[in-house]
Design a protein around this ligand. Structure first.
Ligand SMILES: Nc1ncnc2c1ncn2[C@@H]1O[C@H](COP(=O)(O)OP(=O)(O)OP(=O)(O)O)[C@@H](O)[C@H]1O
Ligand SMILES: [Mg+2]
Length: 269
C-alpha cells in the first residue's frame, strides 16, 4: 500500500461532508435523495463517488459545487461552509456541456475570459490544454462538428484551464472508448499531480475508480448513503503503465470482485 502524499494534521483542511442530506419535493411526498452521508477528502486526494444509478452521486457533487443547498448536515472546504459556486471549485458536468455558439478554443477559454484572465490566453494556457486533450487539429471547429467523446474532452480542457483547487467531475469519460479513456485517465493523473489538485469524481466504471482513486466512497441507494469506503493502492504505483498491468495486479481482482458484488446487491433492491 502506498502512503497518502499528505498527512492531514489540520483536520479543517480538505473537504468534509457531515451528516449530509438532500430532499427534493416529490409528487406526493419528499424524495430523500441523499441521507446521513459522511466522508472527508484530504488535499490532493482523488475521491471517487461510485454507486448505482439514482443513488445521489450527481446530487452530492452539485452540493459540493454550491449549485444545490443541503437539506441537512453540512459541507465544508478548508473549514469554510460551502454556500455558493466558486472558481476554486471547477465542475465538469454529466453529459456534454460545450457552448454550441463558441469554437473549441473559445469554449476552453470561456472560464478564463469570464474571470478576466486575458494574460493566460496569451501565455498559451488554452492551447496547452487543447493539445493535452488531443484536440489541436479541431481547435477552430464548432462543437456540432465534433464526436461526443471530443466534446467531453473540450469540457475537461475547459475545467483544467482554470486550474481549480478542487476539480469536480461527473462521469467525464462516460462516452469514450476504452483506449481513449485510458489516455484521458493518464492525462488527468499527470495534470492533477502537476497542478496539485484535489479531485472528486463520479464514475460508473469500476476499473476507472480503482485506477484513479485514493479513496472510493461507495453509495447505496434510496436514499443514498455511504455503504463502504475503499482505499485502492494503484494510483501512485508508477509500475502500472498499461491496462493489462493494472488488471493483473494481485490486489486488483480482489477489489474489483468486492465492488461488483456490492453493485449487484444494490441493483437487486
Ligand atoms: N432536481 C431534482 N428534483 C427532484 N428529484 C431529483 C432532482 N435531482 C435529483 N433527484 C432525485 O434524486 C435521486 C438521485 O439523483 P442523482 O442524479 O443524484 O443520481 P445519480 O447517482 O447521479 O444517478 P446516475 O448514475 O443515473 O447519474 C434520484 O432519485 C433523482 O430522481
Ligand atoms: Mg448522475
Amino acid at each position: 500500500m502506498t502512503a497518502p502524499e499528505i498527512a492531514i494534521k489540520d483536520l479543517t483542511l480538505g473537504l468534509k461532508a457531515e451528516r449530509l442530506g438532500k430532499s427534493f419535493p416529490g409528487r406526493d411526498a419528499q424524495v430523500i435523495a441523499v441521507s446521513d452521508v459522511n466522508f472527508a477528502v484530504a488535499p490532493r486526494e482523488v475521491c471517487i463517488l461510485l454507486g448505482p444509478s439514482g443513488c445521489g452521486k450527481s446530487t452530492i457533487l452539485r452540493m459540493i459545487a454550491g449549485l444545490e443547498t443541503p437539506s441537512e448536515g453540512s459541507l465544508t472546504l478548508n473549514g469554510e461552509l460551502i454556500t455558493k459556486p466558486n472558481r476554486e471549485r471547477g465542475m465538469v458536468f454529466q453529459g456534454y456541456t460545450s457552448f454550441p455558439w463558441l469554437t473549441v478554443r473559445e469554449n476552453v477559454a470561456y472560464g478564463l475570459r469570464i474571470n478576466g484572465d486575458v494574460s493566460a490566453m496569451r501565455e498559451g494556457t488554452v492551447d496547452h490544454f487543447i493539445e493535452q486533450v488531443g484536440l489541436t487539429r479541431v481547435a477552430n471547429a464548432w462543437p456540432h462538428e465534433l464526436s461526443g467523446g471530443m466534446r467531453q474532452r473540450v469540457a475537461l480542457a475547459r475545467a483544467l484551464a482554470n486550474s481549480p483547487k478542487l476539480l469536480l467531475m461527473d462521469e467525464p469519460f462516460g462516452a469514450l472508448d476504452a483506449e481513449t479513456r485510458w489516455q484521458m485517465q493518464e492525462l488527468l493523473l499527470s495534470v492533477i499531480r502537476k497542478e496539485r489538485m484535489t479531485v472528486i469524481m463520479v464514475t460508473h466504471d469500476v476499473e476507472e475508480a480503482l485506477l484513479l482513486g485514493d479513496k472510493i466512497v461507495f453509495l447505496s441507494s434510496h436514499p443514498g448513503r455511504v455503504k463502504e469506503i475503499l482505499h485502492p493502492p494503484f494510483k501512485n504505483d508508477t509500475s502500472i503503465t498499461t491496462r493489462e498491468e493494472l488488471r493483473s495486479h494481485p490486489e486488483y481482482s480482489m477489489m474489483e470482485t468486492k465492488i461488483l458484488k456490492m453493485m449487484r446487491e444494490e441493483g437487486n433492491h
